[in-house]
Design a protein around this ligand. Structure first.
Ligand code: NAD
Length: 260
């Protein structure tokens, strides 16, 4: 199927590794130009070497307003932005009583404000060209709030509200806005997360036990690959997905126990 993404300009926040990097590669394979973003010169140039296609790197910390401005300004030098993937995000296990004000605010700045700031910056141009795709990489944790990281769950629920509200704001403009809710996905970030959960036990053992003990409702009982998430995101960016907007699309291995 031709997704008709040839020559489209896409910005993927936090795309030097994990899900973001796979989304970048998947969009490149469809002929899109992709702006790859990370926080350091080293991580961006390393990622660019592994990606195949029309890539452009921008070093910017999207946890700050300045970083978001820089990412959009640099990307706009290449043309008007057609696709924005709000992917950058952090997660870490911490008991509720130990989550400080600083932790709550840090999670909010990176996981929530980055998507708000970047979307606000691209929406006017997308409206003007009557075409655009904005996707928030939320999580099944926005529905199943994880007891080991309530602050993370809060940010992922907030993304669902923003995505739905923005889709309504952009009603009848040709711009679609959707959220994708991955379940546990084997990325670099999740490898570190599982190492922290392991607390001295072997990584392989913890990985094997993770679904039985911490995520028993998963119907696939394994981590998804970052490419499996990227496939859904790429479809939502396509011309064929024009009738899907304001939606929360699960790619969670059936972990959320509902049929809608
Ligand atoms: P990851 O840690 O492997 O990759 C995240 C990327 O974002 C890294 O390249 C990192 O450098 C970048 N990043 C982080 N903060 C940034 C900042 N302030 N500015 C610029 N770049 C920044 O993580 P991942 O597992 O690929 O997660 C990506 C997204 O998917 C996150 O929003 C996460 O919440 C979501 N998600 C992940 C899973 C999972 O199991 N992996 C599940 C559901 C949702």
């Amino acid at each position: 199927m031709d997704f008709k993404l040839q020559g489209k300009l896409a910005v993927v926040s936090g795309s030097t590794s994990g899900i973001g990097r796979s989304i970048a590669q998947s969009l490149l394979a469809e002929g899109a130009k992709v702006v790859v973003n990370g926080r350091s010169e080293g991580s961006v140039s390393k990622a660019l070497k592994t990606l195949d296609g029309d890539t452009h790197g921008v070093v910017a910390d999207v946890a700050t307003a300045e970083g978001c401005d820089k990412l959009i300004e640099e990307a706009q030098k290449l043309g008007s932005i057609d696709i924005l993937i709000n992917n950058a995000g952090i997660f870490e296990p911490k008991p509720f009583e130990e989550i400080s004000d600083e932790d709550w605010l840090r999670f909010y700045e990176i996981n929530v404000m980055s998507g708000i700031r970047l979307s606000r910056a691209v929406a006017p141009q997308m409206k003007k060209q009557s075409w655009g795709r904005i996707i928030f990489i939320s999580s099944e944790s926005g529905i199943n709030i994880p007891v080991e990281m309530v602050h993370y769950g809060m940010t992922k629920t907030a993304q669902l509200a923003i995505s739905r509200g923005l889709a309504k704001t952009l009603k009848d403009t040709g711009v679609t806005v959707n959220s994708v809710l991955p379940g546990p996905t084997w990325s670099e970030g999740v490898e570190e997360f599982v190492e922290r959960l392991a607390e001295g036990k072997s990584l392989e053992k913890t990985k094997a036990e993770f679904f039985k003990e911490a995520r028993p409702s998963s119907l696939i009982q394994r981590f998804a690959s970052t490419d499996e998430v990227a496939s859904l995101v790429t479809y939502l960016c396509s011309e064929q997905a024009a009738a899907t907007t304001g939606a929360s699309m699960r790619c969670d291995g059936g972990i959320v126990d509902t049929c809608f």
